[in-house]
Each structure stands twice: as structure tokens, then as C-alpha cells.
Design a protein around this ligand. Structure first.
Ligand SMILES: [Zn+2]
Length: 111
């Protein structure tokens, strides 16, 4: 099955089927990319593992339009990296660029 669909299913399952239960993460000044990054939705699975989904990809796959102000919280990319610093160290590769983007692309996930 398409990995994007599996990621979407895992994300929706972890967020009780509603993007409003996720945290909106802005990656405005991406530390790794010399370009405009994306916005992401964050939730956690039953083990506390972060599940990150690109807002643009979510819109494309579902037709639903997540709104920042309706999410349970808004977090900066920096705050996310500090919060999950130990987990990111072991599950992502800093050489591959933006960690949010890596997670949104399924790298570092257990799927
Ligand atoms: Zn980024």
C-alpha cells in the first residue's frame, strides 16, 4: 500500500480522526533548507513517537483544510527540536536536512 496512505492512517488514528487534535508546527526559518519550508501537523502514537504530517500533503490527500488557529497548539520548529532532541538524535539524520520534512516523508517512522 502507498506509504503516504499508511502515514495518513496512522496520523488520523493517533489524532482521533481530527487534525484539530494535532499541534501545528511552523518551519518558517528552516535550519537546514535554504528555502521556504512547510507547515506540519504533529501528533504522537500510543508509544509517544512523534507523527508528523505535512499540511500541504494533508490538504492534497484529504481535501480538508487544516487551520493553524484551530489546532490544539502551535509550536515552532525550534521548540519541536528541543522537545524531541533525544528521539531525533537516534531516529533521524541531521545530514538529510529538515527533520520535520524527514519525518513527514516517513523517514524515522516505524511504518
Ligand atoms: Zn523545515
Amino acid at each position: 500500500m502507498n506509504n503516504q496512505i499508511l502515514q495518513l492512517y496512522a496520523f488520523l488514528q493517533a489524532s482521533c480522526g481530527n487534525w484539530r487534535n494535532a499541534i501545528w508546527i511552523e518551519c518558517k526559518s528552516c535550519l537546514y533548507e535554504n528555502q521556504q519550508c512547510d507547515e506540519y501537523l504533529l501528533t504522537a502514537d500510543r508509544n509517544g513517537t512523534p507523527l508528523v504530517f505535512s499540511v500541504a500533503q494533508f490538504r492534497q490527500l484529504t481535501g480538508d483544510m487544516p487551520v493553524k488557529d484551530e489546532c490544539i497548539a502551535v509550536l515552532s520548529e525550534h521548540a519541536f527540536e528541543v522537545l524531541y532532541s533525544s528521539w531525533l538524535l537516534w531516529n533521524t539524520d541531521w545530514k538529510n536536512g529538515c527533520r520535520l520534512r524527514q519525518l513527514a516523508q516517513g523517514k524515522g517512522s516505524t511504518l
